[in-house]
Design a protein around this ligand. Structure first.
Ligand code: SAM
Length: 291
């Protein structure tokens, strides 16, 4: 049997054969470690009844593992130069669809209808381009696709922010946005040495188990997320000061403090100490007041 694509030797062979040169602007850091690939694929819990969507297949190191472990596989790659390489290396696998597109622009619902015909559940599995991690994950979560989980390699700091709990300096609007849609779990920390070229930052694999329904009740999601963002505008300021700048005039101060008290939130607290539950309650009260 042939070595997997993700060995340093085969990666080099493929790159030389196609005279491929890495584009830093597209976040191209390819995985060359079978062990890490195994951990990523295991974390998704795939089997032949399930589908897998990969974003940014590169030269197909992870795609190959997905083809061997899932039923139907779709891979979206923005770099046109990689498409013939993927056709070449993934030739032996009949269950992979490669699509040349920018994941942020592609109609994912249409792609799902087209590719995942037999799959009961779909996982997103990817070593993401770090320059667009957050927009990609928010798109996947907000579009409410039929996803079971999302297992992705991302920058370690971003993984920590996504999985942070209230009280720490990593906790912010990103933690709340991601945790509203999913349960987060850190799978492993990954050193730079398993990539070529090596990135400037440390990486981590994170698993997002997509929730069937949010953990808090929110009447208007847009209002809720706007309120959360406004609360974190200046992290050193109190929640009262941040909200005043966004929603109230100087004269409205007493009214706002009254509403915070009604929600059980001391106006002198900082945004990073509030739970998602507290933000949801406050959003409900503001909405009721037409704020
Ligand atoms: N999956 C491969 C691996 O693990 O070795 C490559 C991962 S590399 C970190 C990220 C890949 O995402 C690159 O192949 C890059 O060209 C692709 N990419 C970057 N931006 C993209 C976008 N907006 N849409 C789709 N693919 C993108």
């Amino acid at each position: 049997e042939r070595e997997g694509i993700a060995s340093p030797k085969r990666t080099k062979e493929i790159i030389d054969k196609h005279r491929f040169s890495f584009k830093k602007s597209l976040g191209q850091n390819f995985l060359i470690d079978q062990n890490i690939l195994g951990k990523i694929v295991d974390a998704a819990g795939l089997d032949p009844s399930k589908g897998a969507l990969e974003i940014g297949p590169g030269i197909g190191a992870l795609t190959e593992k997905l083809a061997l472990n899932a039923g139907e596989v779709a891979a979206i790659e923005i770099d046109r130069r990689l498409i013939p390489i993927l056709k070449d290396v993934l030739g032996p696998y009949g269950n992979v669809t490669v699509r040349e597109a920018d994941v942020l622009k592609v109609d994912l619902k249409a792609l799902f209808d087209e590719v995942f015909v037999r799959s009961e559940k779909v996982s997103v599995v990817a070593n993401l381009p770090y320059y667009v991690t957050t927009p990609i994950l928010m798109k996947l979560l907000e579009e409410k696709l039929p996803l079971e989980n999302i297992v992705v390699m991302i920058q370690k700091e971003v993984a920590e922010r996504m999985s942070a709990s209230p009280g720490g300096k990593e906790y912010g609007s990103l933690s709340i946005a991601v945790q509203y849609y999913s349960e987060t779990e850190l799978v492993c920390i990954v050193p730079r040495t398993v990539f070529i070229p090596q990135p400037n930052v440390e990486s981590a694999v994170i698993r997002l188990k997509v929730r069937e329904k949010p953990p808090v009740e929110v009447a208007d999601e847009e209002h809720f997320f706007t309120l959360v963002q406004a609360s974190f505008t200046q992290r050193r300021k109190t929640i009262a000061n941040n909200l005043r700048a966004r929603y109230f005039s100087q004269e409205g101060r007493e009214r706002m403090e009254g509403l915070l008290q009604e929600a059980g939130i001391e106006p002198s607290r900082r945004a990073e100490t509030l739970s998602m539950e507290e933000y949801a309650r406050l959003s409900g009260i503001f909405l009721r007041e037409g704020i």
